[in-house]
Ligand binder design. Structure first.
Ligand SMILES: N[C@@H](CCC(=O)N[C@@H](CS)C(=O)NCC(=O)O)C(=O)O
Length: 222
């Protein structure tokens, strides 16, 4: 018998689910996964009956309910040590960029929705100044974190893939599938994130989802 349940949406598209799922797996929580295919209108009725905010990811662990991906990351980081950096300055930076991710980059997220099955190609319509500003800021975050805190490994804070990496993993996915080419430092980071076993597992599971779950609003982006 497991300790609870993690509710997620279609793996191919649900970037917030990926963040919550990575957090839960990094913490090693023993929870059952319930996957609810996302509805084309963005208001999936079955999610509304389970999750307080009507969105995924949603976690119930030992009777405790947690929603919002960043809150799930914090809850998971309370369960095992090491998922935020040990050093206070690095930890403050990791939390700040994770909160910035949770709250922002709207132009990029809207124009380039996560689609793990998309063949890598730039947006046919090109980018806008707002999208470019998001890309520039993310590139700066990754580069600064890698150079300041991450020198002993391939991830933002070094050798261990942690909560900040979980928060940015869907951005890595977007950059890869929409042909975004940031700095060489950021590109090396993207390669490392994509190759992480948990990210690889997510992509593998996503690739085996029924084709009926695919949505034209995501698949037909040029
Ligand atoms: N701020 C929320 C965002 C969660 C979110 O928007 N999830 C989307 C899927 S990626 C969702 O559940 N949408 C409702 C739906 O598609 O029915 C979080 O961080 O968890």
């Amino acid at each position: 018998m497991s300790d609870g349940i993690l509710v997620i949406g279609t793996r191919r598209y649900s970037s917030w689910s990926l963040r919550g799922w990575l957090a839960v797996r990094l913490a090693g929580l023993d929870v059952r996964e319930q996957l609810i295919p996302l509805a084309a209108n963005g208001q999936t009725a079955a999610i509304a009956t389970l999750s307080p905010n009507g969105k995924v990811p949603y976690l119930e662990h030992r009777g405790i309910a947690v929603w919002e991906s960043l809150a799930i990351c914090e809850y998971c980081a309370e369960q095992v040590a090491g998922l935020w950096p040990a050093d206070a300055r690095a930890r403050a930076y990791a939390r700040s960029i994770s909160a910035e991710m949770h709250a922002g980059f709207r132009a990029l997220r809207q124009a380039m929705p996560m689609n793990t099955g998309r063949d890598s190609r730039p947006l046919a319509a090109g980018t806008t100044p707002d999208i470019d500003a998001d890309i520039t800021r993310i590139d700066a975050i990754w580069t600064e974190a890698r150079l300041d805190f991450g020198r002993d490994g391939p991830f933002l804070f070094g050798a261990a893939f942690g909560m900040a990496d979980a928060m940015f993993a869907p951005i890595v996915s977007r950059f890869l599938s929409y042909g975004v080419s940031p700095s060489p430092e950021s590109q090396a980071y993207m390669t490392a994130v994509r190759a992480h076993p948990l990210v690889e597992e997510w992509y593998g599971l996503a690739s085996r989802e029924p084709v009926e779950w695919q949505q034209s609003r995501f698949e037909e982006i040029g």
